[in-house]
Design a protein around this ligand. Structure first.
Ligand code: AMP
Ligand code: GLY
Length: 423
């Protein structure tokens, strides 16, 4: 078969790596690529958001199955463009992608269907938004309604910060139209975790659990990022919590979609806060998480292409999980997340890859004059397996220590939050 992966970051390198292990694959393609992806996949020189051009390419090239990594093409309607041409694609329609594309839509949807989430209000008038913040007090969370590359949610500890955020989003328009409308919500206390399922209409199958590390700095300090590291599985989601997530969140979501006549096929990512009252939704994403996908895909023992295809066709599939842990440390460029420096030579990748049970997924990398150089904010995902989480962590960081480039930085505490549950 010919398979196309849309996107070109760490998550897509992991998808290409996993899918290419399937004996069903004859040829694998990926949009734009990076220095890691290009070793396995044929590069397609069309940007992920040029959805009509990609669908034309897939038709002409005879692509049998397409998997979408990032949210932007889904919100843009890539699934609709492929399906209009009779092409198979794993990813939700434009309509269904509003669960991620509009936080106001997602919150109202959750409210209609009794899905636990933080209390909230939606505002299109900055004066009313400011008044609400003054009434409610802090901490409080201000969120841009539309897509903002992981930077659109700000946990505000003071009234002043909340008002400044409202000003930046709504009056200055730092995220353009995405921030003209905001959701302001209650601050939830607890432990975060990610729960991702594959959905096909009314049926779903859970993937391994995971935990992301969204803040830039150790100890969950600094600004939110796209994610600085992840591991799988997470003890934060114990069997009882998982039961509640399935019943109170995933199943109510699928039932709600059906009642509203919205067909959903693709990955559904539930970003959770596990509070004292139980699991509550922080956000829905209509795709795999990045960096969560990397350790998750490392731990899936199935032929994942076959599993996706069978699930797509309406068959029942179950995911076989590797007993080992997997942990991913993201190495970022100088200046990330604000203004990452590009074009810096990276050394030591091959040496790091020779470490025991280590897999490296490239994100923002490219080849220039025969050398691997940085090409984005998140640069490499250094991942390792371990029989214990501690072993996975030690291996990943040993491999990280082999990599060198000017201005590189990474968190040193990936996985640490799990240890208190593990004794
Ligand atoms: P989101 O874009 O909604 O996933 O938010 C990004 C990050 O902000 C989350 O991963 C949390 O760390 C934090 N966050 C978002 N909403 C809340 C909330 N209601 N309470 C506490 N933290 C939140
Ligand atoms: N790692 C969080 C996300 O993919 O949105």
């Amino acid at each position: 078969m010919k398979v196309l992966v849309v996107g070109n970051g760490g998550r897509e390198h992991a998808l290409v790596w996993k899918i290419s292990q399937s004996p069903l694959v004859k040829e694998i393609y990926c949009t734009l690529g990076n220095a890691g992806i290009d070793r396995i996949a044929k590069k397609v020189n069309i940007s992920p958001t040029e959805v009509e051009a990609l669908a034309d390419f897939a038709l002409k090239e005879g692509i049998d199955f397409t998997v979408v990594g990032p949210e932007a093409p889904l919100v843009e309607g890539i699934a609709d463009a492929f399906e209009r041409r009779g092409l198979k694609i794993f990813g939700p329609s434009k309509e269904a992608s509003r669960l991620e594309g509009s936080k106001a839509f997602a919150k109202k949807f959750m409210e209609r269907h009794g899905i636990p989430t933080a209390e909230y209000e939606v505002f299109e008038d900055p004066d009313l938004a400011e008044k609400y913040v003054r009434e409610k007090g802090t901490p409080i969370v201000v969120k841009a309604d539309g897509l903002a590359g992981g930077k659109g949610s700000v946990v505000c500890n003071t009234e002043e910060e909340a008002i400044r955020t409202i000003h930046r989003f709504m009056r200055e328009g730092v995220f353009g139209e995405s921030g003209r409308r905001v959701v302001i919500e209650e601050f939830l206390e607890g432990e975060e975790a990610s729960y991702i399922v594959m959905v096909n209409g009314e049926s779903y199958v859970p993937l391994p659990t995971s935990q992301d590390h969204k803040r830039l700095l150790d100890g969950d300090r600094g600004p939110n990022t796209g994610g600085m590291g992840a591991y799988s599985p997470t003890p934060v989601i114990d069997p009882e919590t998982e039961g509640r997530i399935r019943e109170e969140i995933v199943e109510r979501t699928l039932k709600g979609l059906k009642e509203e006549g919205i067909f959903y096929r693709g990955f559904l990512y539930v970003g959770l806060m596990i509070t004292e009252e139980g699991p509550k939704v922080l956000e829905f994403n209509v795709r795999l998480g990045d960096p969560e996908a990397q350790p998750i895909l490392m731990r899936i023992k199935n032929d994942f292409l076959e599993a996706m295809l069978e699930f797509y066709e309406g068959k029942k599939v179950s995911i076989q999980e590797d007993e080992r842990w997997a942990l991913d440390v993201v190495i970022a460029s100088e200046g990330y997340p604000e203004s990452p420096k590009k074009g810096v030579e990276i050394k030591g990748i091959e040496e790091a890859e020779r470490e025991e049970e280590v897999v490296i997924f490239h994100a923002g990398t490219t080849i220039r004059e025969g050398k691997v150089v940085t090409n984005g904010g998140r640069v490499l995902n250094v991942c390792a397996y371990g029989r214990t989480l501690k072993e996975a962590k030690e291996r990943a960081y040993r491999a990280v220590s082999k990599i060198r480039f000017e201005g590189m930085h990474f968190r040193k505490d990936i996985g640490d939050k799990a240890f208190k549950y593990l004794g």
